[in-house]
Design a binder for this molecule. Structure first.
Ligand code: CA
Ligand code: CA
Length: 371
């Protein structure tokens, strides 16, 4: 089989086939395996690439550029009819007070971490065929080494679109794309110091937070913080529709992914702090980049919450009915690619999931600290 066919085979198997959950279609609040596709379902993972961060010493937290989120109780999950099935039912959660980064972690901050530790991110490592073949049909021949190369997923809008159910039309598995080269080997970070770092896996985010003396937020902490002290509002800023009034977040305006009218000022990623913060002083809790949480993702997790939970840490394991074999972590908040016609990830209750070793052009993170 020629190299190109190998490559296409792998991509065709691993790239999103089902995108209905990103549609703005109202659904009954029940967990239904057939309707739980995701914006990242079946995207290629890093094929089991493992990173070792045990050599990184836990740093001492610095509260500069963090805000304190006071302890409280809230109803986690969606109460309106706009959520996907995994956002129901609402359930009572209590969280202790904690500190949270005001912004998504920037390239400038991530550069300091890499310089200090010599850390090599997941997307900079060669995929592991032994892990990859577990995700492919039995008997799939090993592709040549020239195919199994360090890569990441970059956004590559097509000239025309067949269906919003096929994400492979706008995601490209690009060799040499990583946090230092966001669009591929010819790109760099010049002038992007204040942009959120992207192409970072969950493991990379964990490693950074450890170095900074912090940790990733739990999903409950993330949603509580995103609400900014508002009671049961849809968005961090309240209930006004994202399209109305002044720009509130970096999302996608127009016909995704073909046209972007850039009413919010940004075609793709934006530097952090370009829009008003929420009630807690947090920026970009909606849009710009999806943000990793510490929790495993389970589609049925909310259904199992029958009593008030205190500082919940999420389920013990992961289960995504769309891809039962691939453990996934929760990501929150939506990205510059979210549009009401396709993905309302900027809602405070919107949940998404990604395999922990995946790097994407629209996924980053921020850290928290209990002390
Ligand atoms: Ca935008
Ligand atoms: Ca964000």
């Amino acid at each position: 089989m020629p190299i190109n066919s190998h490559y296409k085979l792998i991509l065709s198997i691993l790239i999103t086939l089902f995108f209905n959950a990103c549609n703005n279609e109202k659904k009954a609040p029940v967990v239904d395996a057939d309707s739980l596709a995701s914006c990242e379902s079946n995207l290629p993972s890093r094929f089991g690439v493992k990173v070792d961060s045990t050599f990184i010493k836990k740093g001492r937290v610095d509260h500069a550029d963090m805000v304190y989120i006071p302890a409280g109780e809230f109803l986690m999950g969606a109460s309106d009819e706009e959520g996907r099935p995994d956002e129901y039912p609402q359930h009572k959660v209590k969280v202790s007070g904690f500190w949270m980064d005001q912004t998504e972690v920037t390239n400038a901050s991530f550069s300091k971490f890499v310089k200090a530790t010599g850390y090599v991110t997941t997307a900079e490592r060669k995929p592991d065929w032994e892990e990859l073949k577990k995700q492919l049909p039995t008997g799939t021949p090993k592709p040549p080494d020239s195919v199994l190369v360090a890569s990441s997923l970059v956004f590559s809008p097509p000239k025309e679109i067949v269906s919003l159910n096929d994400a492979s039309q706008w995601w490209e598995w690009k060799q040499g794309a990583d946090w230092k080269h966001p669009e591929g080997p010819k790109s760099n970070l010049k002038g992007r110091e204040n942009f959120p770092v992207v192409h970072v896996s969950w493991d990379d985010a964990q490693a950074y937070c450890k170095w900074a003396g912090k940790r990733l937020p739990t999903e409950a902490e993330w949603e509580y913080a995103s609400r900014g002290g508002l009671k049961d509002a849809k968005y961090p800023w309240g209930n006004e529709a994202i399209e109305k009034g002044e720009a509130k977040a970096n999302t996608w305006q127009g016909n995704f992914p073909l046209n972007n009218s850039k009413q919010d000022g940004f075609q793709l990623l934006a530097p952090v702090k370009q829009f008003k913060p929420n009630g807690y002083g947090l920026y970009d809790m909606s849009g710009n980049v999806w943000e990793w949480c510490s929790d495993w993702f389970r589609a049925d997790h909310y259904e199992k919450q029958t009593d008030v939970t205190i500082n919940p840490q999420g389920p013990k394991d992961s289960y995504d009915p769309m891809e039962p074999g691939i453990p996934k972590k929760v990501v929150r908040g939506g990205s510059f690619m979210c549009n009401a016609s396709y993905c309302k990830g900027y809602r405070v209750t919107a949940r998404m999931k990604t395999s922990k070793d995946t790097g994407l052009a629209h996924t980053g993170f921020r850290c928290v600290s209990s002390q």
